[in-house]
Design a protein around this ligand. Sequence first.
Ligand code: GDP
Ligand code: MN
Length: 373
Amino acid sequence: PPAIRKISEKHDKVFVTGCLEPDTSKPRANAAFVVLARNKELDGVIESIKSIERHFNRWYHYPYVFLNDGDFNQTFMDTVQKYTSGTVEFGKVGEEMWGYPDWIDPKVAKEGVNKQGDNAIMYGGMESYHFMCRFYSGHFYKHHLLEKYEWYWRLEPEIKYFCDITYDPFLAMIENNKTYGFTIAVKELRETVPNIFRYASAYRRLNNLTSQGLWEMFVEPQPDKGPEESSSSSGRPAEIDPEAMEGEKYNMCHFWSNFEIARLDFFRSKEYEDFFQMMDRSGGFWMERWGDAPIHSLAAGALLAPRDIHYFRDFGYRHTTIQHCPANAPARQLPRQPYLEMTTVDERKRQLEDQYWEDFDPPKENGVGCRCR
Ligand code: GDP
Ligand code: MN
């Protein structure tokens, strides 16, 4: 019947025709799952592997790269091998990518970390957490086990996918010329990044970067000024006045990086390297507790355009207490699903979503695309 044909053109055939295996005939992308973990996280790692295998990788068999600043023990490696359907490599993160860099006095850095502990900043007093954030900000994509790959999909312990993913997101991103994919955007804890935005803004200024439309996603909207105040003291309109720009405030929004699918050459670019170097040298990974999520996001804001970003709105995904659900319950199909589920939704972000992110073609609209279990 015509009605059904119409749906099947627009939606994922696997769901429309039912009980079909996804089409895996196209060659795989040059891609791998990347998991940083410790031996003690084995149970959580297996939970995550079971979930991604059940909902995606049992059809696609992408390889995995496990990284650790310590050595994985035999139990960890044997158990992981039992649950993965793709090839697996285990690697160590060397000292050049972990711990304090040689240009900082470790005593000073450690004092900075301890102070954050005293101030009860989340993970602020935990040295290893700072190491992890800096590793994911400026190093993982240079690890020798990732050298051969062009794309990665980040996994963490204790995450859950709850919809089948019946197409290859790497290929979809390649076909649609995307660079960075996310499922959840949330607000950062302000006290972990008091100065991050000043440095990111300075990077843009020093490199004469103009917004390609994404930077605004991270800028706190200023209350509307009256016509009197709409230009600054220089007489220039506020939006082109560098002094006014300096006053821009971070709205704390960032792509939540425990899920990421991205092109590694974005991180390997000279621009990203310069960005990381500048952020790193500021000391913010030690004197504050900068996460890799706001670092990745602000770099994307500085260097990419909305068309480079893909919002995986069709992925059911949960990490700890925050999840994104494609909202497949019939009652929730209309009106258009909110941009963020269980997260800080505000109207501006919804507007941004509408103007920024188109679904892939063929899209998997609410409900039709999600077999949740
Ligand atoms: P949260 O998600 O921000 O609460 O942070 P997690 O504790 O989940 O850490 C983020 C990721 O880094 C997870 O994949 C952890 O397994 C990993 N990770 C965190 N700290 C360390 C560490 O000291 N060593 C190793 N090898 N992995 C770590
Ligand atoms: Mn985590």
